[in-house]
Design a protein around this ligand. Structure first.
Ligand SMILES: N[C@@H](CCC(=O)N[C@@H](CS)C(=O)NCC(=O)O)C(=O)O
Length: 378
């Protein structure tokens, strides 16, 4: 049978998302630990970025971005479906995908890079993947170089010492909410995983659930959350038509998920608005054919009871646009249901967010109106 290839590492946030998804879909695929040559030469050439994961189709097409990978596979392997058909659950699935992908990045970077005990696993896994043909000391040197680069990115994503107390308090509270939810339901929207679960598992699979410090200190004691991560990592597609396969009836969202969604409205929505303001300003002076920089100036938003600053990442708006496109494609009646639901959470403003149409180009975005003959876009 023709195989897909997923290039990535277990350590990687978005590889974890794609990996759990491909396993659940029972897609014939092989996970290849991406080496230095593939990462910096082949992937760069095919996608325009040095990035993982990348999936290669049996026909030789290179697909970058976990969301695009999911869309590609959903179009070809519709069962088991991961996109809910009812309006509120459908919109919530895309919203949580965006939140899981983007909001959690500083938390996942903090819990990895602020605790030196995590480094041995990173060094081992990254070293043997990057340069499998070289001796250990050379692997360690290469990993040291990459780790230094990653550490330099930490302040940009918000991993700043003066914010640690706010981030730690937020994380403990949010993990408690998720643990409580998973004590009631096996997945976010019911009895089978949806796009929401695959969005959230990115941060949990390779980082919080696998790096030694957070796995022990944050996840192990939250047994229901731990069990969900394990279910996501070794998923069993449900038997269709049975109770096991059902999402909650009547387009319902579990009461235990509402506090999580309220936090998304109070924190992630202002982040999107702040990024959108900066993107609109940057677009005004963007030369034709150019993509926006990967990050812009800082945005400050609430994080739990505190305040949190990080650089605005224009790509995050592409993820928000993905959710809003789903909303705009709904019937007026379905849109009203989404509006009512978001209003009940204090998040109706999200639907009014006016994002200039953006096209993805690797890890960057550019306005749809800007043409670019070289970059891969979707
Ligand atoms: N939004 C992309 C992000 C991919 C991504 O950020 N991958 C990380 C590893 S988990 C990476 O390669 N980062 C390289 C960089 O940021 O330069 C996706 O969903 O696949």
């Amino acid at each position: 049978m023709s195989m897909y290839t997923l290039y990535g590492w277990h350590l990687s946030y978005f590889t974890g998302k794609a990996l759990c998804y491909l396993r659940y879909k029972q897609v014939p695929f092989v996970l290849k630990p991406v080496n230095l040559y593939t990462l910096t030469q082949r992937i760069k050439r095919e996608t325009g970025a040095i990035v993982m994961p990348v999936m290669v189709t049996p026909q030789g097409q290179w697909i970058q971005d976990s969301s695009v990978i999911i869309d590609h596979i959903e179009a070809r392997f519709p069962a088991p479906p991961i996109i809910p058909v009812t309006p509120v659950q459908r919109f919530v699935a895309y919203l949580i995908e965006a939140w899981g992908d983007e909001w959690w990045v500083p938390i996942a970077m903090h819990t990895r890079w602020s605790y030196p005990e995590n480094y041995a696993l990173f060094e081992h896994d990254a070293g043997s993947a990057l340069l499998p043909w070289l001796p250990g000391f050379m692997q360690r040197r290469a990993v040291h170089f990459i780790a230094s680069k990653l550490r330099r990115m930490l302040p940009t994503v918000g991993v700043r010492r003066e914010q640690f107390a706010v981030m730690d308090a937020w994380t403990a509270h949010m993990l408690d909410l998720l643990d409580l939810h998973f004590s009631q339901l096996p997945f976010l929207l019911g009895h089978r995983p949806t796009l929401a679960d695959f969005g959230l598992v990115g941060t949990m699979y390779g980082h919080l659930g696998r790096d030694p410090w957070p796995a022990r200190e944050l996840i192990a004691k939250r047994v229901h959350l731990r069990a969900w991560i394990d279910r996501m990592a070794s998923p069993v597609p449900p038997a269709y038509g049975t109770q096991d396969a059902a999402l909650l009836p009547n387009d319902r969202i579990a009461a235990t998920l509402l506090p999580v969604l309220r936090a998304i409205c109070q924190e992630f929505l202002p982040l999107l608005e702040g990024i959108n303001d900066q993107v609109n300003t940057a677009l005004a002076s963007l030369p034709a054919g150019k993509a926006l920089p990967r990050s812009l100036n800082d945005v400050e938003v609430s994080m739990g009871d505190g305040r949190f600053r990080r650089a605005a990442v224009p790509y995050t708006l592409w993820m928000a646009q993905r959710a809003l496109d789903v909303y705009h494609a709904m019937s007026p009646e379905a849109q009203r249901e989404v509006q009512d639901f978001l209003r009940s959470l204090g998040g109706e403003r999200l639907l009014a967010l006016k994002i200039a149409p953006l096209q993805r180009q690797g890890l960057r975005v550019r306005p749809v109106s800007n043409t670019n003959p070289t970059g891969q876009a979707s």
